[in-house]
Ligand binder design. Sequence first.
Ligand code: 5RP
Length: 221
Amino acid sequence: MSSATMKKAAAEAAMEWVIDGSIIGVGTGSTADFFIEALARNPMKIKGAVASSDSTAEKLRSAGIDVLDLNATGTLSLYVDGADEVNPRLELIKGGGGALTREKIVAAASTRFVCIADSSKQVDRLGEFPLPIEVLPMARSYVAREIVKIGGDPELRDRFTTDNGNVILDIYNMNLSDPTAVEQRINQLAGVVTCGLFALRPADILLVGRDGGEVEKTTRD
Ligand code: 5RP
């Protein structure tokens, strides 16, 4: 079974958490795109959605779903998004698509975060996937030097600007054995907007599409 089929199965399973008439947060990436397609197909009507990126906003609008401003919605009941890696504690690395900051904001503003993924995203320990960090352009070199001091190998993402007008440093070989501590440490560097670790606000529910077509559910303790 292809990874796209597994992503689609996980995305469709997330519909179980969507409540009629609610406003939900929607993530970014190919798995989140399958979720938007599932929303568009479902006769149940949500009131609208908060998008975690410009590209997701465009896809939601094309699917006939109202895109709302998080400042006007208050707390969201649900956020659905993919991940680049997820560990057994449902801590994540996100930002492969560069939308990590808005994703983190929408996740933080949501009561429940349902993470949808194919089985390749599950790891025992985070860190094989390079950790993305969104950085203000003028701080790029300073932050890169600070990252080297704490053991990471930063690489500027080529020809990439985030929806917020910033750059991304992808960090290789970082020791992520304590994801919460690393998240806090990186986030406090001057010029860092946020890093792609979701350990302070992990997922609440993980839905993983598997090879045989089934979807495995894990709930965080
Ligand atoms: C975007 C993300 C995505 O959730 C992550 O990259 C997974 O993408 P995909 O669903 O395409 O595998 O964090 O910033």
